[in-house]
Design a protein around this ligand. Sequence first.
Ligand code: AMP
Length: 212
Amino acid sequence: MNILIFGPQASGKGTQAHILAGKLGLFYLSTGDLFRKLSEKDSKVKRVVEKGELPSDELAFSLLKRFIKDEHGSYQNIIFDGFPRNVNQYLMLKRWFYKNKSKIDYAILLDISDEEAIRRLSARRVCSDCKEIFNLITNPSKNPKVCDKCGGELVQREDDKPEAIEKRLSLYRNVTKPLIDVFEKEGVLKKVNGEQPIEDISRELLSFFGKQ
Ligand code: AMP
């Protein structure tokens, strides 16, 4: 089974995708993580990502293909976080999977309002060492400046700063949201209220997949 998880920034995609990956035995793939890694050695990509803009579909897709081939070696049992970001990316993935006798089984939309997205993004902190994600409101660390997991320093991502947030949300509205209709027509859409507590969302999703 292959699952896509999508929704506005800070809707909790990464958190829920990790929970589902663990419980359903899926391979976790985040194109955001792949781009942040690439940014460490490519300053052009770094500038685009930090401004909250999207690098090209071709680059995103080639990073994704390489990661799947190198780290997973199969077209099955994958959960995608952050890909596709638009209809073109979805068609690229669909065609590639079709050629390899696979398909997307479910697309989960974690729905939250713009106001909630802004509130959460402004409060998001990430560990500069182990990359664990916290949120001052929904998932705080004991000390707001220190990572509970490894003791590293918690910092704000460049693209979680106000100007980049506005850019990312408008990209979501204009470019990613049209995917909802496409997924609905294909009968793979599962919509969940992303403003519930983390445990309630994962319980709802796991029960949908017949797990506890
Ligand atoms: P995320 O962690 O999913 O919010 O992604 C962080 C950033 O990585 C985005 O704002 C984009 O700059 C880049 N990115 C992630 N996924 C994609 C994608 N599928 N296509 C293009 N750019 C992406």
